[in-house]
Every structure is written in C-alpha cells, then in structure tokens.
Design a protein around this ligand. Sequence first.
Ligand code: R5P
Length: 282
Amino acid sequence: MKVVGIEASQVLAGRIAEQLRVEMVDARFSRFPDGEQYLQVGELGDETVVVGSVADSDALVQLLLLIDACEGSEIDLVIPYMGYARQDRRFQRGEPVSARAIARALSPGVRRVFTVNLHKEAILAYFGTTARNLSLAPDIGAYIRGMDTDNPLILAPDRGAAAFAADVAAVGGWDSDYLQKVRISGDEVRMQPVTIDVASRTVVIVDDIISTGGTLATAATKLLEKGARAVHAVCVHGVFAGGAYGRLKSVGIESVAASDTIECGSSLFSAASCIAAGIRGC
Ligand code: R5P
C-alpha cells in the first residue's frame, strides 16, 4: 500500500502514510500553457490511498486525474473535506443535488471511500461504492483536553451539531448543550436567546465547518453577553471564507482551531490517525 495526495492535501496525506507506516507516491503537479492541470505519479503499489479534500474546483480536477493515473492499483479514496456536501438536496426547482454530482464523479474506479464528518451521512449513499464516514469527535476532545481549560462547557451552535458536541464532551466527562440557530442568509444567522447558564464558564463551541464564521461569531457574541468567561472555537473543517478567522477573533473568541482536513494556519490537530484507523479497520 502507498499513499498519494493532491497538492492541497500533501501534509495530511504524509501524516496518514506515517500512521499506516507506508511510503508516499511521488506525484508532480503542473499546468499546460492554457491553464489545464497536469500531473504525473511515480511508482504505485498494489493498493493506493488517494487523499484529497474537495475544497475548490482545482482540487476536484486533481482528484479525478489522480484516480485515473492510479488505474491498475486498488484505490481507497479519502475525501477529508467534501465541498458541495451542504447542497445535499434540491432546495428549489432547477437546482442540482451537488453532493450527489460530486460523489458520482469520484466513484468510478474506486474500491472504498472514506469521508470525515460529512455534512450528512445520507450522502454516503450517493457514492457508487462502499463508503464510510469517520468522526473526529474523539480527536477534538483530546485537543480540548490539551487546552487545559477548567471544566469547559462544550456547546453546539445548532441542534444539528448537538450529538457531535455530546461525543466531544464524552472524552472529558464535560457538560454539553446546544444553541438554536436560524439561518437568514449565506453569511448571516440569528441565535435564539441563550437560556443555558454560561456565567463565568469557559465555553468551547464545536462545529463540523467554519465557513463564513457567521454561525460561531453570532453564538460567541451571545455567550459573552451572557457572561461567559472565555469562548473558544474548534471545528473539523476550517474553510474560513471571506475573512472568517478575523471575524471570529474580532468578536472576542479567544482561540480558533481546526483539523488539517483543510490545511491552513489554524490546523492545530490532525485527522490522520482517525483516517488511518478507518483504513486499517475496514
Ligand atoms: C451548518 O449546518 C454547519 O454545521 C455549520 O454550522 C455551517 O456550515 C457554518 O457556516 P458559517 O461559518 O458560514 O456560519
């Protein structure tokens, strides 16, 4: 078995290879003069783990090209962050089910698919092959333990993330709860009044994705108004669109951490051991 990653998932791919104690495939990426992408892979093994987060269109094209280049090897595809997953159904007439389109495009030639904290588990059914979703809740719990906060309250910003927050809280035997969110637009949300007693408590808001930061900024503002001692934010996928990191810091969030499913300066813990365990366990 060997591991290969798209350009934007190189570090995570390397960490997965270390965890699995296997070599990485040397893959070189470049472009033709017209801007089209080109890549060339080195020596493959009988089995290849292809790692790539679909964080933008270039990443999607690189994944498609890598899967094709690895033809002849048994391919396990790891999609640490699956972009387009939030359009998981047709909300209005004429719209695509984008999650299905991406899943269908990436399935041919692949033996197994692994995702990480996918927006909705039901999306797995769109892959035309065996697909498994892994959760970083234990890893986030371990990260929070390392923050050395005094008996933190683990809070989900909405009901949809409540079970995830409970899984994170279980790691340290901490309290968990959730807020009630109503989305107004792409980057604006409204929070129902906070009824949870957060006075003098350290609150860690956990979520699957920080995209525009609207959800967490609104939640943190309410919590600080209610007397929380400190608010921290930890998520799986740090998209940080349109200045989201600065937005979060500007409302007084003390620390912002994400995993390396999207590699960035806020990637303060890794999804590698969870992914390697998933690959080994199947
Ligand atoms: C929503 O269902 C997700 O769990 C996240 O809460 C959401 O995607 C975060 O988006 P934003 O950072 O733009 O508020």
